[in-house]
Ligand binder design. Sequence first.
Ligand code: ADP
Ligand code: GN1
Ligand code: MG
Length: 370
Amino acid sequence: MDDTKINAIIDHFELQGEIGDLEIYGSGHIHETYRLKNKQADQPDYILQKINHSIFTDVAALMHNIETVINHLQLKGKSAASQDTLSLARTKGGKSYYQHADGSYWRVYLFLKGTKGYDLIENDKQAREGGRAYGQFIADLSDLDPTKIHEILPNFHNIQHRLNQLDDAIARDPENRLKDLAQEVDFVKERADRMKTIKQMGDTGKLSLRITHNDTKFNNVLLNKKDEAQCVIDLDTIMPGYIAFDFGDAVRTIINTAEEDEKDLEKIQLNMGLFKAFADGFIEKTQAILNEDEVNSLSQSCLLLPYIMGVRFLTDYIDGDHYYKIHSPHHNLQRAKAQFELVRKLEGKFDEIQQTIQTISKKHHATGNS
Ligand code: ADP
Ligand code: GN1
Ligand code: MG
């Protein structure tokens, strides 16, 4: 994207100071994200995003959800000034997004100063803080009227839907890639039934549908310089969901000693210390709302979420890489293989994961933490 076009887009927003340099920013897989630096040191920097319109086809509904959530978090005492919630800049016409003549959609957030997102976690404190932040986020939204939120990407964590999408891609095989994927496809099929436990618990009414974040990889919580959680970001996928989704998706990126797309599968090991610290923070903040079945679903989610992500990466690879941004020709396959290796490792430690969650839950229940 050329700077002249971006400057013309920025011009449609009500921004303070004077924007100088802009740089491509972050490691998200969905939007085009830029940091806008202010020339005036006492004025804020901003984050500009070109919204991925092929994924989020109803941008008005998407931005309605985000504004509704931000307003609700403000009722819980969060604010732009304390940088513990995202805040949107408005267009000069007072809207939360801008549509360019070429059909592209843009939005601007205040840049959260002094914060950082981590693809790889470094210590227990970060893990615990991440757990607290994502747990508190669900607790804060637990009294938001669900009818106010559009189901923006229906069936987002519905395993049956993701398996159907995989089957569909396999049937079409548009890039003729399937011939080399027998191992990965077998891996998925062998586990498909076992991975439906959470769906069955939900379908039989054991799990409460709550407003969940649904994209809780660790780089979607920004930490400050003291490694304290500052703000949960990436609010695009907030929808009704099960609490297990947010737990499992975060654990997927926290317990793994390697990157999400690690090529060398030997490097994919489990860091149980980080897992415990995260689980402790998450359950501390949610124990007041968690029921017993929900606690039981948390261990299953640690297998389900990396499995779902592996299925989605594999589907996109077979399909010809239309969904996720990729940085090399076989990137989605590399991601899928890494997620499946993580599932294998997690299966080996499942009993310990389950026991750890029960112990932590009992501890917080006894002390009445929330
Ligand atoms: P994606 O959906 O593509 O992951 P995100 O909304 O997560 O997009 O943004 C991508 C990255 O940009 C984040 O991982 C984070 O590093 C950075 N980022 C997003 N919003 C802010 C913000 N308000 N302040 C600082 N950094 C931000
Ligand atoms: C995408 O937006 P980002 O990069 O935080 C994806 C998540 C996946 C994740 C895998 C809207 O998240 O569901 O878990 O990539 N978001 C969407 O890294 O599909
Ligand atoms: Mg993100």
